[in-house]
Write a protein that binds this ligand. Structure first.
Ligand SMILES: [Zn+2]
Ligand SMILES: [Zn+2]
Length: 461
């Protein structure tokens, strides 16, 4: 009898996290993330699973970011009918994140099929639809932090807090085989200390095998405390010249973090009382989930209640969103998508990007080939929005101290604190250079570590 771990996705890259733990008696999928890539590769990778989905005994989902949960509807489409375990907040978040992902895929395919029709090619189907995503929600099964649950004949699962986003967990699986029990902890993604809304990352006891992310395996973050100062400067400067502040932001966590820092600045009277609009139906729904889960917040955040600040207006309807274009005077508009690829942010950019008194504040990582990246790089005088060129005259400010991931120092410290019981560390979820840098850094700890290849299987006993 053997215990095997297969590294199927989120290996050598940061998207599409997926791992398979098997024994002679059971098979469990850890994370079912959506892989981001060019269209053909996207379909092939996201349609392929390491095992026939009906043969799985369960699925475990670490958190509600799409690159960790976003391919679950495909798993269900391909016959998975068992339980998917996640924390209660992650379940609630998935009720909005997964249908939204289905909607984006339908819209993308509509666009592709328009082109296919023109070129005489056959139409394509989306990977999954909003309906498929809604249908998959029935298999989600909430399990509280620290509550041990038997999930298969020889595996028990406990969630620890990953301190990354609301509901994020370090799924820890105890596998009993050959007369012994081994413990695998999955710290992908791992948070960093002192983030608003979430606790600090927990370290489960007696880990034998640690699977750890390495997004920032070789990089350090600016301290989170710098965020407030930078935001204060950019808001005050823009307000002084009567401009608008446009913030492209991910709907989950980053939007609520921006609100937290702006609310603090308002309370401390470090910025003027200006209206703040959150213009994204998904961000509004996700914020409601945050409000439902206040019990997980620190005492400071509970007392402050930043999401309910009276300066903030949450916008869902299209008409209300359009009215923002005619409103005059300084204001903050936070809108999705975070990479400026789709959604209402495109309208706000179109209306504001050509005025030099406005500011675009970048609060997240902009992947290559996105409109967001073109705005950050600003190497051409114009950018294309809805197929038309617009002059980029607004000021662009990058606030890079936001990050919900552990940096190289935090990752090192985490492994150091867990090392007494560690047999091996598996480094995943990073560009190869970042994973290598973390591996080098861990040498001084005398812990064996490896960077698995995609689809490599390791025998753990
Ligand atoms: Zn994440
Ligand atoms: Zn991730």
């Amino acid at each position: 009898m053997s215990i095997n771990l297969k590294f199927c996705g989120g290996v050598g890259t940061v998207s599409g996290s997926m791992h398979l733990a098997t024994t002679d008696k059971s098979a469990v999928l850890i994370d079912c993330g959506l892989f981001h890539g060019h269209r053909d590769e996207y379909y092939t990778v996201n349609s392929t699973f390491p095992i026939n989905p009906p043969d799985l005994d369960c699925c475990i989902i670490s958190h509600a970011h799409i690159d960790h949960c976003g391919n679950f509807p495909t798993l269900v489409n391909k016959g998975f009918r068992k339980k998917a375990y996640l924390t209660p907040s992650t379940t609630e978040l998935c009720h909005y994140m997964l249908p939204d992902s289905g909607h984006i895929q339908e819209e993308d395919i509509k666009y592709v099929n328009k082109i296919n029709l023109r070129r005489g090619r056959p139409p394509r189907e989306p990977l999954y639809t909003r309906y498929d995503a809604e249908n998959s929600l029935r298999y989600l099964y909430s399990l509280d932090y620290h509550k041990k649950e038997r999930v298969t004949e020889d595996m028990e699962l406990t969630f620890f807090d990953a301190g990354h986003i609301l509901g994020s967990s370090i799924p820890t699986v105890d596998i009993s085989a050959n007369g012994k029990t081994i413990r695998i902890a999955y710290a992908v993604d791992l948070g960093r200390p002192n983030l608003p809304y979430v606790g600090n990352p927990e370290i489960p006891k007696n880990i034998d095998y640690l699977i750890v992310e390495s997004t920032y395996g070789g990089r350090k973050h600016s301290p989170i405390e710098e965020t407030e100062k930078k935001l204060m400067e950019v808001v005050n400067k823009t307000v002084a010249r009567g401009g608008k502040i446009i913030v492209p932001s991910f709907a989950l966590e980053r939007t609520q973090e921006v609100i937290y820092f702006l609310s603090r600045l308002l309370r401390e009277r470090k910025i003027k009382e200006i209206p703040i609009y959150v213009d994204s139906p998904l961000a509004v729904n996700v914020t409601k989930v945050f409000e439902n889960n206040k019990d997980y917040f620190s005492k400071e955040i509970q007392d402050m209640d930043p999401l309910a600040s009276e300066n903030i207006t949450y916008i869902e309807g299209v008409e209300q969103s359009k009215q923002l274009h005619n409103k005059k005077g300084p204001m903050v508009i936070i809108s999705a998508s975070g990479t400026c690829e789709h959604g209402r942010i495109l309208h706000h950019l179109k209306n504001n990007i050509e005025k030099q008194y406005n500011t675009i504040v970048i609060v997240g990582y902009m992947p290559q080939n996105t409109l967001g990246r073109k705005i950050v790089e600003h190497d051409k005088p114009t950018v294309n929005i809805f197929g038309r060129p617009y002059k980029l005259k607004a000021e662009v400010v990058v606030v890079d101290s936001f990050s919900a991931h552990a940096d190289s120092d935090c990752l090192f410290q985490y492994v150091n604190e867990a090392r007494d019981s560690l047999e091996k560390v598996f480094i995943v979820h990073g560009e190869p250079e970042q994973s290598e840098k973390l591996k080098e850094k861990l040498v001084s700890l005398n812990v064996e570590s490896m960077i698995p290849e995609k689809n490599e299987t390791v025998c753990l006993g």
